[in-house]
Design a protein around this ligand. Structure first.
Ligand SMILES: [Zn+2]
Length: 127
């Protein structure tokens, strides 16, 4: 239903970045064992199959872990988000103070521009 058909021979990282540029969070699902696969790869890390299909994520998930990182430019947030399709990605939660992000918070994808590149971030989901 949410399957994406990339150009033949496209590198996994390219398919992913093309998705972000189109405002989509793309991930792979193994046709052999059904595992959700992220980061983009050539082989399924669960069973070794190379039969990976691309899908569009709903972009909805839950904060699995979160850390406020203090750097020269101030504090920013690094969070691991469990997407509803069953994969986990490192990102950040925006729209809330970096040290006020709570584990378990429902979040939704937002694609923002950073240094000229589209980047996947998350915001608290409005219920
Ligand atoms: Zn597999």
């Amino acid at each position: 239903m949410s399957e994406v058909t990339p150009p033949a021979g496209a590198a996994p990282e390219t398919v992913f970045r093309d998705g972000l540029a189109a405002g989509e969070l793309r991930f792979q699902r193994c046709r052999a064992c059904s595992a959700a696969v992220f980061q983009p790869r050539v082989l399924c890390p669960a069973c070794g199959s190379d039969d990976l299909a691309w899908h569009r994520s709903s972009g909805r998930g839950r904060v699995y872990s979160t850390t406020a990182v203090r750097g020269r430019d101030g504090v920013h947030n690094v969070s691991l988000v469990d997407l509803d399709e069953g994969f986990r990605m490192m990102s950040r939660v925006e729209g809330v103070a970096p040290d006020r992000v709570l584990i378990g918070t429902r979040v939704a994808l937002d694609v923002v521009e950073q240094d000229g590149q589209p980047v996947a971030v998350f915001r608290e989901e409005l219920s």
